[in-house]
Design a protein around this ligand. Sequence first.
Ligand code: GDP
Ligand code: MG
Length: 591
Amino acid sequence: MPLVGTAGHVDHGKSTLVRRLTGRDPDRWAEEKRRGLTIDLGFAWSTLPSGTVVSFVDVPGHERFMKNMLAGVDGFEAALLVVAADEGWSPQTTEHVAALHALGVERAVVAITKIDAADPDLVDLVALEIDERLAETSLAGSPIVPVSALTGAGIGDLEAALDSVVSTVPDRSGLPVRLAIDRAFTVPGAGTVVTGSLGSGIVATGDDLELMPAGRVVTVRGLHRHDEPVERAAAGSRVAVNLAGIGRDDLSRGMMLAEPGTTTATDRILLELRAVPDQPPPDERGAFHLHLGTGVWPVVLRPVDDGAALAMADGPMPTAAGDRVVLREVGRRTVVGGGRVADPVPPRRRRDALALLDRLVPVAATPNGRAASLLAAHRSAAVADLRRWSGGGGASGATVVGATAFAPGVLDELADRAGPLVDRAHADHPLRPGLRRAELASALRITPEVLDHVVGGGGLEERGAWVARPGHRPVLDDAQLGAWSAARRVLTEAGTSPPRADELGLDEEVLHFLYRAEELVSVGAFAFLPDTIDQVMAIVDALGDGWTVSAFREALGTSRRHAVPLAEWLDARAITRRDGDRRSRRRPGPG
Ligand code: GDP
Ligand code: MG
């Protein structure tokens, strides 16, 4: 169901025309009636000759209420631009058209209204001016239809023109639900209600939705579309949603209801920027309001390149890549640009953002396309983050390890970086099996799980806690072998009373190599020969249950200095069980 927004100068006849087209009064509020102004968003709907039901969001034209106008344009697929024949193109016509242009709205019908009150020649002149004014904007070439809401003249032609324009509006009901909240109130008996234009998706009673930027889950208790209770409503509908799980005080215009996990909250955005004709491009000197969804945030801009800028806000904005925005200069109260969110989580520095730009701009049309661009830019991302950043896109085409997606080529690059790190470890420490997995993972800033993929693809292999080149074999050189023979002689002689390991004349690397090769057993500060350990085990078996360290020491024929670490070593390996100062051999088998 297409959503058409009105635009045009105050009093040019927008609301009257919508009333004529729909038979419904978009000016709902008593105060508006009294003041003769549409101060908030009005809406009405009708069935076009083709059978298409179209919703009109009627926005106010008064300068003071430009903010409301912008709150209404989110979700517009097409515009109905109204210009009064008797007054012609006016200042707010310029500003509204600038906003539509900045948003990238390309579908529009222009109604020259009040033709009953103007000379036909004047109507022709107004049409010429409109055509000329639109030429430089996204609305260039829009059909222009003269009408009178008073007499009904031209209304049939206007409906036909609307029909043909809205027939090209894409159906967004297959996308995740997004509803920018424009009003929130309490209905006695029903509870909390919000209204908005459903930008995409299908919302149904019972659905859980995520309120952003708070990230709170709320439930759709009831639903109205066009003032009728319904079970479900599709993209393009004006809806009122009765929410369970939240009070009116926690809701306001600018918040977003979205399918959980498809929108992010961010204080900075990389924008694909579109300048407005006849306005200098926005730069970092100005103070700007960023209009996004139904909300408005003061932002500072950092131009990144022609056609791109970082927008920094003080608080979190609910958004995803692809969202349309308008920038308004605060001082001059003028629309100076707009565009789309290219990246809702960009790097803070301009230079870093610039490096990513060609992957992000132009912004892809679909959530999956945007997810792919964002992944290409960020190299890797949690799959859940990618879905939030892209407005519901998936990581298809990416390599996914655990919960993390990697852009094509990223794991290969990591493997390319891992190889030299391992080579370096082999060169620096030839006696070690390689580089410790944990060390390699932290050097590459990846998790151990991802490391498995990197190792497989990098001409490397795993050796327990180590990563190595398949050809690497640690061996002792002649000098090390000589030292080891000497040390072995000493140890054989010393039996259960060896010198400390650091007194064996073996370098630390050699010692650890021998431990790994099980040529030596490390026991506290000592190194024992495996044969000696076998003797110790036999003695333990012979001692039976309930022996003390001094009995153990006597049986070994050694000192306390050796007996204590040996006993602790036996405990640590669960060979013995300690109970107070007595130990017993654990029975083999479980328990
Ligand atoms: P809006 O501010 O653009 O919504 O303008 P309104 O719809 O409130 O109309 C402003 C004034 O123009 C009202 O007094 C309308 O009665 C009058 N008006 C609207 N359309 C026509 C028309 O086609 N012909 C004439 N003569 N007056 C119109
Ligand atoms: Mg009005």
